[in-house]
Design a binder for this molecule. Sequence first.
Ligand code: PEP
Length: 267
Amino acid sequence: MINDWVDKENRMRIPLIAGNWKMNTTIGEAKQLVSAMLPGLDGIKNVDKVLCPPFVSLMAVKELIQRTSVQLGAQDLYFEEKGAYTGEISPLMLADLCEFVIIGHSERRQYFHETGETVNKKIRAALKVGLKPILCIGERLEENEAGKTAQVVTDQLQSALSGIDNLNSLVIAYEPVWAIGTGRAATGQQSNETAGLIRHNVAQLYNRKIADDMRILYGGSVTAENIAEFVAQPEIDGALVGGASLKASQFVSIVQQTAEIRGRLLK
Ligand code: PEP
């Protein structure tokens, strides 16, 4: 049992820190990065640690993290199981390799024209083969400035989960688009408010227990310097980390601080 302080009766959610490496690292670099992280990462308890390297490095990373407490995630999938979809990766191919899959990342929505409908199909496809989706939702800068954050995340959540009864262990990452890769993170308070709204929406769509058990992460320019502000918030259960997950010491520190802060909050 990796997470030994979690009191299921109190529905304490296990924090999760996922590193999204995006389109970075060759296979050799991926191996080096994992090898640099593992000594620090493996021993940290009470946090789920997930690495999401590019598809071509999944196998190499899987080999390195075998028999450790670190888990593996993919950055995307296609919703069909197999067939004439040149260049795509199917849920069945990933099911053997990893536990998690990021779905609906804003970069996929922005550069690859993913819609609420395709995100919904991908979530269904992931759940069907037992993968745990990390569903990304979040507003763009102009939407934020126009006061539309609540509406945008509510709409994205509804369309992503439309018609899905069993969420398995789906995780939601609230990622304001204006904070991703910009160095301009949201504040703890902003992200806590929106995470609270997302949890409220999950309760409306499903029920209170599912909402209480749902892990909601913050993502957007998280670093070792600001992680404490986020994981100290009651509605935030960890982070989806891009840039800082490519630096071993930063990522280990982010996970370490999360374990310490969440542990302290429990006392
Ligand atoms: C991300 O890739 O989801 C992300 C939040 O990136 P960054 O941490 O670099 O802003």
